[in-house]
Design a protein around this ligand. Structure first.
Ligand code: FES
Length: 226
């Protein structure tokens, strides 16, 4: 099952990621589409050398935002010290009381609209950016899927034509249901609690998660029957 030297050479000389994935498909097809862990590990090692994770925009973005946040916090701290010194600290305490940090965190429970706002067969991307959630409706139910890849935590993208979530970091693929079917991700995406609120709107609660591999997708709160 190991890579042949020729396959390794092909992977090493792949011009870009789309060519990389085509080569992987060829490698799988000559093995009856089997993709065992030792083969995935071998491929992953070459991938890491060729496409270092730090080069990905998603990582760059988060790295940059961490740097920005750090320098922002440093600047803010200096400003606070100067301000507190000038005012005897009174206003600092007052402002911290009026604007506690929690105000800047996105809420863990939130309403996303009514069931009829979600089309059957569609993956709704509207809540990805703010809440890291995809809302998926099929003919029977609505689910709230976590956008965190179960391999190493990158954020996959929904590809409508291929009807799959594809992770840009190491190529894991997940069906619209959240089930993993390609690449190194070891398990399906996670679901968040979803239920109807008193006003008939759908409420998502990210404090409660449901894992497929533990049989938790059968639980009532892991999906909303429609
Ligand atoms: S983080 Fe590795 S495939 Fe998603």
């Amino acid at each position: 099952m190991k890579l042949t030297q020729e396959e390794k050479n092909k992977l090493i000389s792949a011009k870009d990621e789309s060519q990389w994935y085509k080569i992987i498909e060829d490698i799988k097809s000559v093995r009856n589409n089997l993709y065992p862990n030792d083969l995935a590990r071998e491929i992953l090692a070459i991938y890491h050398n060729k496409f270092p994770v730090n080069n990905y925009p998603v990582y760059e973005d988060s790295k940059q935002s961490k740097i920005d946040r750090k320098s922002f916090l440093t600047t803010l701290s200096v400003a606070w010290v100067a301000f507190a010194a000038a005012t005897g600290g009174f206003l600092t305490v007052l402002i911290r009381f009026l604007f506690p940090n929690v105000l800047f965190e996105p809420p863990q429970s939130f309403k996303i609209g009514f069931p009829e706002d979600f089309e059957p067969g569609k993956v709704d991307l509207r809540f990805k950016k703010e809440y890291n959630v995809w809302i998926v409706r099929d003919d029977e139910k609505i689910t709230a899927l976590s956008t965190v890849c179960t391999h190493l935590g990158c954020t996959p993208n929904w590809q409508e034509t291929e009807r799959k979530f594809k992770c840009p970091c190491h190529g894991s693929g997940f069906r619209a249901t959240g089930i993993n079917f390609e690449g190194p991700a070891p398990r399906p995406l996670e679901r968040f609690k979803i239920a109807l609120a008193n006003d008939g709107q759908i409420m998502v609660d990210k404090t409660k998660m449901f894992k497929y591999e533990k049989g938790e997708w059968n639980r009532e709160e892991s999906f909303l029957k429609v």
